[in-house]
Each structure stands twice: as C-alpha cells, then as structure tokens.
Design a protein around this ligand. Sequence first.
Ligand code: NCD
Length: 322
Amino acid sequence: MADGGWSRKDLIGIEALSRDEITLILDTAPQFAAISERSSGIKKVPLLKGRLVVNWFYEPSTRTRNSFELAAKRLSADTLAMTAASSSSVKGETLHDTLANIEAIHADVIVIRHGCAGVPHILADRHASHIINAGDGRHEHPTQALLDAYTIRKQLRLRLGDPEATLDGLKVAIVGDVEHSRVARSNILCLKRLGAEVRLCGPSTLMPQGIAQMGVQVTANLEEALADVDVVYTLRLQLERQAKALFPSLREYIRLFQVNTATMRYAPEHALVMHPGPINRDVELSSEVADGERSVILDQVSNGVAIRMAVMHLLVNGGGQE
Ligand code: NCD
C-alpha cells in the first residue's frame, strides 16, 4: 500500500493488514454511516451498481448475513444468498467447483462463512472474485473486529471531544470463551495493531494454549481484568462448539465471570460494554448491563453495515472512486 490507497483483492483476516490499511477502512466508514442515517431522500449510493454480491454461508448467521446483504444493497449491488443446504456441496461438489459456477454467472464479491479455518484463503488464492471472510472456524472474523474498532474509536472521540483521537494506549478486556472465538482472535490482532492494550479473562479451560504469545495479558480474575479498562468486551459462551463440559457448571461460570452491575464496579465509570452477538442473556452478560447506559451493543450492529460497505467499496473500487 504505497500511496495510501487500497490494493488488496480480498479481505481474509486482520493478520495481513497494516495499521494504515485498518485505519483507511475505519476512515472510509463514516461517509457510509451517513447514508444509512439519512432521514429523507435515497438511502443508497451507486458505487456497486450492477455488481453481484453472493452471500455464501455454511454456518448459521442472522446478523452478519443481514448486515452484508444490507451493505451490498445500500451500495446498489445485486445480491444472491446461498446456504450450505441450498448449495450443491450436499451433492458432493467441491468448494472450488461451486465457486467456479458462481463466477460463471459473473459474481464480483463473495462473502463466505465456513466452519473450517482457511477456506476463504484457499478460495481467494485460486479465484478471481473478491473474497470476504465472514468467519472461518476459530480463525478470524475480520469485519467484526473492524466494526468493533470503529465503534470504540467513535465512542472515544465523542467522550474526549477529539475527532482525531486514536486507540493508542487504550485498555480493552475481552472476557469469556476465548478458546472458541474467531471474534477474539481478530479483535486482539486489530486492537493491538491500533496501539491498544488487550487483556483476556476467562476460565483456563476456555483460554487457548499459548495465547499470551499474541502479546496479551491473561488472567482468570475478573476484578483484575476490569481494573482501569476503557472497554469490557464480552464473548458469547459457545456452548454448541464445546465437545465436553469445559467448566464445572453454568452457575460457577456466572459466579466468576459474568459481566453484571456488581462486577462492572471493578471498571471505571466511563468503560463501555460490548458484545458481538448473539447474547446468552444472563449467562456471560446480565440483561441489566446489556441494555444499560454503558452498552454500545446496538451501535456495533449499526456500524457493522457502514464498515461492510466500506470494505466492499475498497475491494471493488480500490478506494479510487468517490
Ligand atoms: C460471532 C461469530 O459468529 O463468530 N457472531 C457474529 O458474527 N455476530 C460470535 C458468536 O457467534 O458468538
């Protein structure tokens, strides 16, 4: 990225992105947020007019799929949705063949979610269309991390009254089921690249081995984790991905790790509460805090559309068109 523009064909993960590339995406999003916020007139721009965006989801998803679909529509693209059950994978077709068939109808952008880590990368290497990773196994979920960083930056700028404020030196605690979370991995990479300090907190059975090598602090003590943080990022307890019970009981988990009104007292007044959704209400996060004043969870959802519009625009138009 020599000239400050965008040159990548695909968005596979945060790992490959430089701080400048992440910042370019975050800086491109506000103009798209403004389009969705229009109170009158047309809530669309023609930047992807006539292009075909295919949402290809092998795993259940409502919010991410809807967010990508709406982002594509707001850019005036045509959209097609494919789920695992409706694609020919159930008839034995390989992913490459399925994608070759999608490309034969001149798709431009493929948004893919798959249970296996690495699938978006393998497809992007062999195919000409723009591939966006919407979550691959436990590996990465880059647009989630980007919308989270955008939400944090926006809230920080509002609080400080400084439109140039950055995440440098900001402290973020990620609490819960890190082991099964691609959201945690992408967020650690993204937040650290933007200069924030990241702490992880959860039961040791839900903490991937060697995770500290990503340059994060790890603790099983919630009070310690939340002391002086700016953001408390709660993760969903991914019960469907747990082959065996990884902690003694849900009651025990709630007692030690639930983010609620009492445990939020460990954190400073200004600390924000975030969650990627869907929430297990009153498990990892109490309803009172999820719906409370410090929660920016619905702001995350709104910002998701703007971030995904920014990503699709940059991939297809190279950031060169306004
Ligand atoms: C996350 C996911 O699917 O990785 N959700 C999302 O994208 N909205 C996190 C989760 O399922 O807990």
